[in-house]
Design a protein around this ligand. Structure first.
Ligand SMILES: NC(=O)c1ccc[n+]([C@@H]2O[C@H](COP(=O)([O-])OP(=O)(O)OC[C@H]3O[C@@H](n4cnc5c(N)ncnc54)[C@H](OP(=O)(O)O)[C@@H]3O)[C@@H](O)[C@H]2O)c1
Length: 220
């Protein structure tokens, strides 16, 4: 039997925050949804409950309280907002899993704002030195969560991290969300994962994938 885990989603009413919240809304998870607009977070919690009354989910007015109560913290905010968010939650996020989902895109989507020798995830780890930062869900579009099977294949969800027990926990979250988890390597592999999604975004615009596309490794 699963021990119930508490998951805080910061930026819960954004595209990704909502998608992740709905996907992880299972009885084994307690969800704390933080948005700067509490009413929007509460409405999302109600919507989730109306689909499954057994799910414990609530909107919460403070990211520090949400992170304090959580076992796992998901930062579903733009890369540019991560430093400010990390500063707020640093003390209460100690020893906890913090999931970096961001793609640090530049304004024209033709490059990343991070330099080649780092990644958004590694920068977040520097800001939260006592937390276990794990890269996940940056290679899956928000729309993929509602339909993780695309063209008959289960989308891969790549995960990178330096703490193996934390990677295992996040692997299970990816599976719960309906994806095929692929453990890509240590946190520094986030450089590749973030560049992969930059390419995916460029290809999505070029070939008109309608923002519902994903990666799949074909293998025997
Ligand atoms: N969209 C995708 O398909 C996709 C796929 C993979 C990864 N990602 C990554 O996921 C993250 C969220 O993307 P999104 O598409 O969900 O963006 P979004 O729809 O704009 O939502 C981001 C949320 O972050 C919060 N936020 C915005 N600016 C903030 C600030 N300055 N300080 C604190 N919070 C702020 C807002 O929440 P409140 O105002 O409600 O608090 C907003 O709802 C990004 O890092 C992105 O790179 C997105």
């Amino acid at each position: 039997m699963h021990v119930k885990q508490t998951i805080a989603i910061i930026g819960a009413t954004g595209n990704m925050g909502q998608a992740i919240a709905k996907s992880l809304a299972k009885e084994e998870n307690r969800l704390l949804l933080f948005s700067s607009n509490l009413q929007k977070a509460q409405l999302l919690a109600e919507e989730i409950k109306s689909n499954n009354a057994a799910v414990e989910v609530e909107g919460i007015a403070c990211p520090v309280d949400a992170s304090w109560e959580a076992d796992i913290i998901i930062l579903a905010v733009p890369y540019q907002a991560e430093a400010e968010t990390a500063k707020k939650i640093k003390d209460v996020a100690r020893q906890k899993i913090v999931i970096s989902i961001s793609n640090p895109l530049n304004a024209t989507y033709d490059g990343l704002v991070t330099s080649a020798d780092t990644s958004a995830a590694e920068e977040l780890q520097k800001l939260l030195p006592d937390s276990k930062v794990i890269k996940a869900f940056n290679t899956t579009y928000a729309a993929d969560f509602a339909q993780p099977v695309i063209d008959g294949k289960q989308t891969d969800a790549f995960i990178a991290g330096d703490h193996s027990s934390a990677v295992t926990v996040v692997e299970e979250l990816a599976r719960t969300a309906g994806f095929n988890p692929v453990i890509a390597g240590p946190l520094a592999v986030s450089r590749t994962l973030e560049n992969m999604q930059l390419l995916m975004i460029q290809l999505t615009m070029k070939y008109n994938y309608n923002w519902h596309a994903g990666w799949k490794i074909l293998h025997n």
